[in-house]
Design a protein around this ligand. Sequence first.
Ligand SMILES: Nc1ncnc2c1ncn2[C@@H]1O[C@H](COP(=O)(O)OP(=O)(O)O)[C@@H](O)[C@H]1O
Ligand SMILES: N[C@@H](CCC(=O)OP(=O)(O)O)C(=O)O
Length: 386
Amino acid sequence: MKNKSPEKSRNLLQTKAQRWIIKIGSSLLTDDGRGLDREAIRTWVKQIVALRRSGVEVILVSSGSVSAGVQRLGWSQRPANLKERQAAASVGQSALIHTYEKLLREEDIPEEVPVHCGQVLLTHDDLRSRRRYLNARSALLTLLEMNVLPIINENDTVSYNAINLGDNDTLAAVVSNLLDADLLVILTDQDGIFDADPRSNPNAKLLAEVNAGAAMLERVAGSGGSGVGTGGMLAKVRAATRAARSGTSTIIANGRCEDVLLRIRHGEALGTFIHARLPKLDARKRWLAGHLRARGVLHLDAGAVLALKQEGGSLLPVGVTALEGNFHRGDLVLCKDPEGHEFARGLVNWDATVALRCLGKKSRDIADDPDVAEGILIHRDNLLIH
Ligand SMILES: Nc1ncnc2c1ncn2[C@@H]1O[C@H](COP(=O)(O)OP(=O)(O)O)[C@@H](O)[C@H]1O
Ligand SMILES: N[C@@H](CCC(=O)OP(=O)(O)O)C(=O)O
């Protein structure tokens, strides 16, 4: 793709991308909270089946469980209470998957490859554990091989605020990293990213092409959402940046636009295209980047910052001046420089109590401590420098 104009490389990516993650938001799926919009869902299912039959591997990340459950239970609004949200998710998720299953069956044509669907409900814990993360990867790849459309959502009935992924834009980006997707398509209720929220700014202009991670994006995306969904445009912008770490480009487009997915496949310049022009992380570091909750903070001196950033070393306790949080072995912690800026994050080898008694000590001074494996607080393989 060298020396291609941005338009060309966008067109090439759209027409050639083999593995797509498609994310559909609650506002679209439930017609702004009025209940599952069967006719709209039928249009996306038809397009997904056509993509699948043309050889594209599709993984669907579908929101809508809470919103659909709220409507089924006859409640007037999304509950603030966690237990009620979990109950609504349980009711809505079964309705959601039942709808997909029925609509997919309608697309069965003799002589054509049948496309089945399989429900995959993930929690943050599934993605935090390396073993479960890799298990999820192999299960999803197996489903694709079997011509099954995996339909992923967060398992909202068992996750709770402190450990949830929070929004499905983030989930879709983590899944893009997990499966090395070529393209992430986020369908929403706007034509893409505008230079201001189009709900409050009728003169806002659509951004056609941008680079992942561009500082301007966070500014224009604000934090507002439709009220039915949870992420808003900011979550989508951040999801695109996260997806770029596996080389995945993102398109944010209007799901109500006719044949939106097929037109994207044919190379049409719809929505906002976000180029993955960020350094690609290797597979293990991508898994690390998918850890969303830090359990503590390590404050490092200038020498340690240099050793980590420039020499690619592991973190030894001698360079740690202070710590925060009651973390345990295997937890994610943030690393801050002497000015207090986070510049790295990693998985600690020791509990906070052990780390505390080793702070500032040289390796030879802790060599006899039975809790201090190899004298390394964070191994470089478990360290992500920003
Ligand atoms: N710069 C922007 N461009 C487009 N939409 C924006 C922007 N800033 C905020 N938004 C809002 O983000 C909303 C989409 O996010 P959200 O409600 O979470 O959708 P979904 O349910 O599809 O995930 C839009 O309806 C819009 O009001
Ligand atoms: N997991 C939740 C969706 C959360 C979410 O991110 O919603 P949205 O912003 O509409 O994509 C549900 O199914 O209701």
